[in-house]
Write a protein that binds this ligand. Structure first.
Ligand SMILES: *Cc1c(COP(=O)(O)O)cnc(C)c1O
Length: 416
């Protein structure tokens, strides 16, 4: 009989969000009168409508497809030149990063990119991920065969976990041993904390010394407000020789349902064959892209480019400001209860310390039961996430204000 990819059997049973959905559904079923009160601040999905500039461009893109004169079929696999150019100029060269238009690969989002990227890397690379971590980095590597089985108490055999805790300000220390691939995410999901220039400089130096590859996820870059915090790994000298950057329009443009993102693969970035020959990753990624994808739809490419117009920029700024203000409201509510929080300043996530004596799933259940508020238990992101919950600021202002009030149910648990 044909065989399956058994690496899938190593995955922990419940991906975090299905487990949350299950608990919420059970609660709603058992308490039908309270179900309409449920407010979801769990999964990191946007709630506000598209920036008008993007919507208009998408409409126009659809109209183009209805006329012979402007009809378009298959797009170039890595995106139209005008889109790649708007990105390279708007996100990189304007910040002093030396990134060429053809080093940008437009895609239908960062999650598919992060998983597809493993196709051009060998199986057996030693993987370093932070703890807590965006589960996609871990799970895609398990599926690809870069881990052993599950460890008792969480995590997978074979991965190097980099603890992120209040003690190190959620900025992971360099690994003691050698690793080949390092996943970094700043501003971070789930902690909401940013990595500063000194930290990123240490990582680039490590990667260059050890021949390692940094996979830098900057999905939340547009939320950075603090001066001096790098928006791109390429703001660090030497990074074009050791790093790939993932970007997404999901959070900055409200594109979670539109689907658009991109990967930056610098031409100077090289990996090694088993016998030590150096090979540029750019050509491999281009090959993977032309063979396995037919690119992103014309209306979506139009909408993506529109985010870089003056109006588009103004509108995405207003959108990210809105979510950041939500994050401040939520974080202030936690602090008033005496619960220390992290994140929020440069990200749409509040990483709240659980009331003492309560675990993260207990806090999750308490908030669901007593306040009908859905959060994400930190333990779902890794062992070091225990003792925290993530509250997402992606919601309407009215809902956020209501959640801020309802968080007071935690007052009893903190003894206030
Ligand atoms: C939301 C998010 C993304 C974006 O994924 P898309 O597939 O582009 O929607 C990427 N990385 C992290 C850490 C995220 O939270």
């Amino acid at each position: 009989m044909f065989r399956i990819n058994e690496n899938y059997l190593k995955l922990s049973a419940g991906y975090l969000f299905p487990e949350i959905a299950r608990r919420v559904a059970t609660y709603a079923q058992e308490h039908p009168q309270l179900a309409p009160r449920i407010i979801r601040c769990g999964i990191g999905d946007v709630t506000e409508p598209l920036p008008p500039a993007a919507a208009e461009a998408m409409h126009k893109g659809v109209d183009d497809l209805t006329k012979h004169a402007t009809f378009r079929g298959y797009p170039p696999a890595a995106g139209y030149d005008f889109v790649r150019s708007a990105i390279a100029q708007g996100d990189f060269r304007s910040r002093g990063c030396d990134i060429a238009d053809d080093e940008i690969f437009l895609s239908d989002g960062s999650k598919p990119d992060a998983s597809a990227l493993l196709e051009i890397l060998a199986v057996g690379n030693r993987i370093a991920i932070t703890d807590p971590v965006y589960p996609v980095y871990a799970d895609t590597n398990v599926m690809a065969g870069n881990s052993g089985g599950q460890l008792e108490g969480g995590g997978y055999e074979g991965f190097t976990y980099l603890p992120c805790t209040p003690a190190n300000h959620f900025s992971p220390a360099l690994p003691s041993g050698a690793v080949d691939i390092i996943y970094l995410c700043s501003p971070n999901n789930p902690t909401g904390v940013v990595l500063d220039r000194a930290a990123l400089t240490r990582w680039v130096k490590y990667a260059r010394e050890h021949g390692a590859l940094i996979l830098f996820d900057a999905a939340y870059e547009a939320f950075i407000r603090e001066d001096g915090i790098p928006h791109s790994i390429y703001e660090i000298e030497g990074a074009t020789a050791c790093a790939i950057e993932f970007r997404s329009f999901s959070k900055v443009g409200g594109f979670t349902g539109v689907r658009s993102g991109y990967t930056v693969v610098p031409k100077s970035l090289e990996g090694s064959t088993i016998d030590g020959k150096r090979v540029p990753l750019h050509g491999l990624w281009m090959r993977r892209w032309t063979t396995c994808s037919n690119g992103v739809s014309w209306p979506v490419q139009c909408a993506t480019a529109a985010l870089y117009s003056p109006q588009g920029r103004q509108q995405t700024r207003a959108l990210t400001d809105f979510y950041l203000a939500n994050a401040q409201i939520l974080s202030a509510a936690c602090e008033r209860l005496g619960l220390a929080t992290f994140g929020a300043a440069n990200s749409p996530y509040v990483w709240m310390t659980c009331p003492s004596g309560l675990g993260s799933w207990e806090t999750f259940d308490l908030l669901l039961r007593e306040a009908q508020v859905v959060t994400t238990p930190g333990a779902g992101f890794g062992k070091c996430g225990e003792g925290f919950i993530r509250i997402s600021a992606f919601n309407s202002r009215a809902n956020v204000e209501e959640v801020a009030r309802r968080l007071s149910v935690l007052a009893a648990a903190v003894g206030r």
